[in-house]
Write a protein that binds this ligand. Structure first.
Ligand SMILES: [Zn+2]
Ligand SMILES: [Zn+2]
Length: 218
């Protein structure tokens, strides 16, 4: 069975997820945004072993804990190459928002590709490249469990901002319609901020993915 747990961390209340396989005890950590002791506590109950750290994109609120997590779990870091520069500019991003210098971002060990599959124990995940919030934004889809981790591409009733460097509103709307909605209405999504929900409900409540193609810029 796929196990999914989360904690909200950092000044921007970012959701860090543990996605694990209950049969093998393997897990990945998605978007380690800091407060690493609390993230580490997600391993219990069950004694999950973190074998991989995956970033949905390169914004600092999702990557601030990457160095601590890499050291603690001894696990490699994956991100899409479209966000390589953004991720490597972690210190500049943090300075722009006025927070303390976190030190340099740790080395990237693996670049995610659209359509790439990966195993979390007996569960299979797939990478969906969904640019628009940033150029390297990705969602992680677990088809059998009907789970989609959306990062800042989709929030309940909204989307991540597109006015930061690398953002593109038309592109994120395309990603939502062509990629995210196509996973199926009965898929549960888990966003980078705030509560999740059912993908199908977003067709009616989310102005960015509405079936009539309405776009309201808020
Ligand atoms: Zn973001
Ligand atoms: Zn975020």
């Amino acid at each position: 069975m796929l196990v999914i747990r989360h904690v909200r961390v950092g000044a921007i209340a970012e959701n860090t997820y543990l996605v694990g396989c209950s049969e093998t005890g393997e897990a990945v950590i998605v978007d380690p945004g800091g407060e690493t002791a609390r993230v580490a506590a997600l391993r219990e109950p069950g004694g999950f072993r973190v074998t991989r750290i995956m970033l949905t994109h390169g914004h600092f609120d999702h990557a601030l804990g990457a160095a601590d997590a890499k050291e603690l779990f001894g696990a490699p870091i994956s991100i899409h190459p479209g966000d390589r520069e953004l991720y490597q500019a972690l210190q500049e991003q943090v300075a722009m928002f006025g927070f303390d210098d976190p030190g340099p971002a740790p080395q990237i060990d693996h670049f995610l590709e659209d359509g790439e599959t990966f195993q979390v124990g007996k569960q299979q995940g797939r990478v969906l490249h969904t640019p628009g919030h940033t150029q390297g934004s990705c969602c992680l889809f677990f088809a059998e469990a009907k789970v989609l981790i959306t990062g800042d591409t989709l929030f309940a009733g909204s989307i991540g901002r597109t006015d930061l460097p690398g953002g593109d509103l038309a592109q994120i709307v395309m990603s939502l319609r062509e990629r995210v909605l196509k996973v199926g209405d009965d898929v549960q999504f888990y966003p980078g901020h705030g509560p999740g929900g059912l993908v199908g409900d977003e067709r009616t409540v989310n102005p960015y993915v509405g079936v009539r193609g309405r776009i309201s810029v808020i």
